[in-house]
Design a protein around this ligand. Sequence first.
Ligand SMILES: C[S@@+](CC[C@H](N)C(=O)[O-])C[C@H]1O[C@@H](n2cnc3c(N)ncnc32)[C@H](O)[C@@H]1O
Length: 204
Amino acid sequence: MLGRFIYPFIDEFRQGHSQNMGDVYQPAEDSYLLLKHMEVWVRGRVLDMGTGSGILAIAAARKPDVSEVVAVDINPDSVETARLKAKDSGLLGKMDFRVGDLFEGLDGESFDWIVFNPPYLPSEGDCSERTWSGGIKGSEVISRFLTEAPAHLKADGGMLIVISTLTGLSLNDLKESFEVEVLEELPLFFETLTCLLLRPSSHL
Ligand SMILES: C[S@@+](CC[C@H](N)C(=O)[O-])C[C@H]1O[C@@H](n2cnc3c(N)ncnc32)[C@H](O)[C@@H]1O
């Protein structure tokens, strides 16, 4: 049922930039998994962390019950790509784009929903790898995100994230600080992706 709404959007989104996006993350299974659940859950003021091409931010902005979307990425090319896509979609008025390392430019700001499809593969930290590298172990970026995000969530706010079995993060680790709901598991060839809904225990 959901697919009837999502798949035409994905096709439309890809048409504009199927050419070379340089080091901007090309939407993939992880993006589509998060997109599917975002359609159901997010409303109000939304933060799309690590926006990449802007696919999640733009999908959120299309929802009538979403009032504003802030899209952040550490890669300036991603932010520029997402801004151009939002302009083409006629949604710029509802959106704000920022270049930054996670929450560094978001002091004092809070959101009803935060979505993050994090980078998670291990790397030595070359800047050109930021699109997909989660740090030397692979889980550094997501760990930092999980520590910083609760301060930016409204009292009844929630977060949607995708984690891979390659991330090296266990549900038990997450359950120490969050109420965790598994929304969907997607087995792929060499990893399983899981879409999670997290609410900080400190907010419950
Ligand atoms: C897996 S891609 C997801 C892109 C897009 N949200 C999607 O679902 O297709 C991860 C994104 O996070 C960005 N990123 C990596 N480290 C970041 C950081 N420290 N702060 C903000 N964004 C970061 C990358 O540049 C990349 O665009």
